[in-house]
Design a protein around this ligand. Structure first.
Ligand SMILES: NC(=O)c1ccc[n+]([C@@H]2O[C@H](COP(=O)([O-])OP(=O)(O)OC[C@H]3O[C@@H](n4cnc5c(N)ncnc54)[C@H](O)[C@@H]3O)[C@@H](O)[C@H]2O)c1
Length: 335
């Protein structure tokens, strides 16, 4: 399938590289209003002048494409969705699917009425750690699960929109962990309570520290705590996880999967578990899922409709932090 990458910044250039490495797609054009970005892509990846454009409209007049890969900041997401879907083109879009809950709902509605594929690149859930953990939980490895804690502390979001927008860590980073929680637990969040803040030495305009508590289906309680301006020991990008079940715990320790049990004493153990081998992980697996879904005319994993349930966790948390009270996520869908 022929694709145009829209937005050639840090992440856009990663996608250009991925498209070049994957034979299921052919990169035919790149779009960025900033000349320097287009020049970088020309120099690093060998794209030609006639393949580079300053707007998507201009690109679509000049080249034939089969889908659009939107790697612009979330504030631009709706515009790219409008142009792409109105040209009959499926979209693979970076997270977050919009800078606000209202925008995300409009994009999902647009995608639905177009009948075209719209998938959000929630690549974290496509890693071996989440895939293996989900399989184990589905198989009953921990029995009933009840309590989950996820921590994330890193020097995160050093420039661009990450330092400008309010609640950047929730919208642009925790969104991956929230989506992965839905995937790993195979359940959705029902209600949320959140408190956010900023550390005095931080470099973001908005809050990048938070404690968020979710109640998931079946009464599973999940706490996500994070600081995006940490200058201390950096956590793994997937976060440090602890899942408590009746048969022990599964922890994610710096990218490793560990099973632990302390009771009964004769079953006490702490052991690293092997991760399932997967043909593709991360963004390559996202691309495979997107292309397969378009070809098979089925809804992809992380479709716009599905992703609303992830974004309800993000924007529900923001709403809770503002109101200083629990928020029922169903309320967002009713509004
Ligand atoms: N999934 C992940 O793990 C991951 C990692 C990093 C970034 N991202 C996402 O990728 C997106 C881009 O982030 P980034 O770090 O590359 O930001 P960036 O600022 O480096 O790049 C964004 C680019 O989009 C361009 N742009 C703005 N408006 C445009 C328009 N109308 N048409 C075409 N291009 C336009 C900008 O000029 C800029 O070059 C964000 O949504 C971010 O959340 C995802």
């Amino acid at each position: 399938m022929r694709c145009v990458v829209v937005g050639l910044g840090g992440r856009g250039q990663h996608w250009v590289q991925v498209c070049k490495e994957m034979d299921i797609v052919t990169l035919v054009a790149g779009v960025d209003p900033v000349e320097q970005r287009r020049d970088e892509v020309k120099a690093k990846f060998g794209l030609k002048d006639e393949q580079l454009f300053s707007s998507l409209e201009e690109a679509l007049k000049a080249v034939e494409v089969d889908f659009v890969l939107d790697v612009t900041p979330p504030s631009v997401r709706e515009k790219i969705a409008e142009i792409s879907l109105s040209h009959g083109l499926p979209v693979l879009a970076e997270k977050a699917m919009g800078e606000s809950w209202e925008m995300a709902k409009r994009i999902a509605a647009m995608a639905k009425s177009s009948g075209l594929t719209y998938m959000v690149a929630q690549n974290y859930r496509f890693g071996a750690l989440p895939r293996t953990t989900r399989r184990l939980l589905d198989e009953g490895f921990l029995g009933v699960i009840n309590t989950v804690v996820v921590g994330f502390h890193r020097p995160w979001g050093m420039g661009a929109h990450y330092v400008e927008i309010p609640y950047a860590l929730l919208i642009e980073m925790a969104v991956h962990h929230f989506d992965t929680l839905r995937y790993v637990l195979n359940r959705d969040a029902v209600r949320v309570w959140a408190h956010t803040w900023n550390a005095p030495w931080g470099w973001h305009k908005g809050d990048v520290g938070h404690t968020v508590v979710f109640e998931f289906q079946d009464g599973i309680m999940v706490t996500h705590h994070a600081l995006g301006c940490s200058v201390g020991k950096a956590d793994h990008w997937q976060g440090e996880w602890r899942i408590e079940g009746e048969k022990g715990s599964l922890t994610w320790e710096d990218g490793k999967l560990v099973y632990g049990r302390s009771l009964p004493p004769e079953q006490a153990t702490v052991q690293e578990l092997p991760l399932d081998p997967l043909p593709f992980v991360d963004t390559k697996a996202v691309l495979v899922e997107f292309v397969s879904a378009v070809k098979e005319k089925r809804e992809p994993e992380c479709s716009a409709q599905d992703n609303l349930k992830t974004l309800a966790m993000v924007f529900g948390a923001i709403e809770s932090a503002k109101r200083k009270q629990w928020v029922e996520l169903a309320e967002l869908f009713e509004a």
